[in-house]
Design a protein around this ligand. Sequence first.
Ligand code: ACO
Length: 378
Amino acid sequence: MTTSAPEIHRGLAGVVVDTTEISTVIPETNSLTYRGYPVQDLAARRSFEEVAYLLWYGELPDEGQFRDFRARERALRPLDRTALELLTRLPETCHPMDVLRTAVSFFGAEDPTEDDGTLAANRAKSLTLLAKLPTVVAADQRRRRGLAPIPPDPSLGYAENFFHMCFGSVPDPDVVRCFEISLTLYAEHSFNASTFTARVVTSTLSDLYSAVTAAIGALKGPLHGGANEAVMSMLLEIGDPQRAEAWLDEALAAKRKIMGFGHRVYKHGDSRVPIMQDALDRLVARAADPEVTRLATLHAALRHAMINRKGIHPNLDYPAGLAYHLMGFDIPAFTPIFVMSRITGWTAHITEQLAHNSLIRPLACYAGQERRAVPAAS
Ligand code: ACO
């Protein structure tokens, strides 16, 4: 009896593996909703903390719920002495994503409830990570600049506090708002590579910290979250807006991937880009600086050239990369900032996976050597 060759879905492209109630990406209309709400409306009308609550609990908080949620998040922000010491012991040559991955692993190791996978315990851990990750990212950026960490300020919102911990001051509300919009847009995106990684780990009934540690590893790669850093490095490499087209032609001829362009799901533009691009345009306009204008001109020139040459549109990392640079963050901190936001989506998916768990274990089609005898050892 002959069996037909199985259909291969390399990269799981087009494969639907489960249902989710958290978000929906509709490529046909370039739209994205979180728990049914269009992401552009959430970005325009709600704070990032409210979006986190929505992703975890399924509804936007009322006033009392939000007051309580905010107070708990603010109280959890400080790092203990051991965690701060751990950060200073990691070599500065390592990428900040390695620092974040190590920190999450450490938080798990020191949590006596690490293996408690109940909904209540996982919600508490999710909030702890949401609160502490910015403290780690800010302390690590300062360490690399030869500066001491600045403790969190519980009187400040999530986005404002991050600026305070990085720079010792909070910029004007337009800049904070632009940052907050980026956090909302990065928060959740269905079964992307890092979220799926978190779900795979969770499906073995491993703990939340292990799932998040693995997700950080998946996000680090330049085909995923690492692209926001690669975008900025690429813009600095090109330098001159006049060079954008020639540089692109050479890069495409050399079969280079142009960072910040293309998407596995969206083929006609990423639903998040227009909102982030608007926010970026506002940052550029308020800077009124020739250097900033040059970078923005280059950014626009490369976008036009890429759409003209390849018909490939920018993804969220393209405007977010330049926006983070203009806000003053160091390039290696860009993907860790993505983690500070995506921790909300990852942990929402971890609890959803556990609620209807089935071990994730696909099949492979063997394409190796025919069965053969092991030769005798000489
Ligand atoms: N630069 C150059 N060519 C590209 C790009 C790009 N950024 N993206 C797609 N293409 C080309 C491919 O080379 C391929 O061409 P071919 O058919 O001639 O071989 C074709 O478009 C199809 O591309 P695939 O790689 O098959 O598309 P896939 O869905 O697998 O990849 C991905 C999506 C990985 C995001 C890809 O577009 C890419 O590498 N982009 C650059 C990295 C990036 O920006 N990642 C961020 C993703 S979004 C996020 O994480 C927030």
